[in-house]
Design a protein around this ligand. Structure first.
Ligand SMILES: [Zn+2]
Length: 98
């Protein structure tokens, strides 16, 4: 699935709800999901990773929703910024000093 297809899917599923909730409250939900991802990442490694995988999906879905509320195509902006390599050194892989 392309990023644009995923963003469209999330719009079809949730745009009406997300739009009526509004940008600010939707951003709060996004930060909540980031917190859930953080918690999933610090859990013991003996779990099967299912929850961690779901949390990555959730964070990406909420990010897509926020982009849609702002009228931004995630696929376009990532292509613009990272499509030619590192935005700073323009190399791939990046050769910037940390
Ligand atoms: Zn770089």
């Amino acid at each position: 699935m392309k990023i644009s297809e995923f963003q469209k899917l999330i719009e079809d599923l949730y745009y009406e709800k997300d739009s009526s909730r509004g940008r600010d409250r939707t951003f709060m939900w996004f930060t909540e999901e980031v917190g859930e991802l953080a918690r999933a990442m610090v859990r013991p490694k003996d779990e099967d990773g299912t929850n961690l995988r779901e949390e990555f999906a959730d964070v990406f879905a909420w990010l897509a929703t926020l982009a849609s509320l702002e009228g931004i195509s995630l696929e376009e902006v990532v292509q613009e910024k990272y499509g030619k390599g590192c935005p700073k050194c323009e190399a791939n892989p990046c050769t910037c000093l940390e």
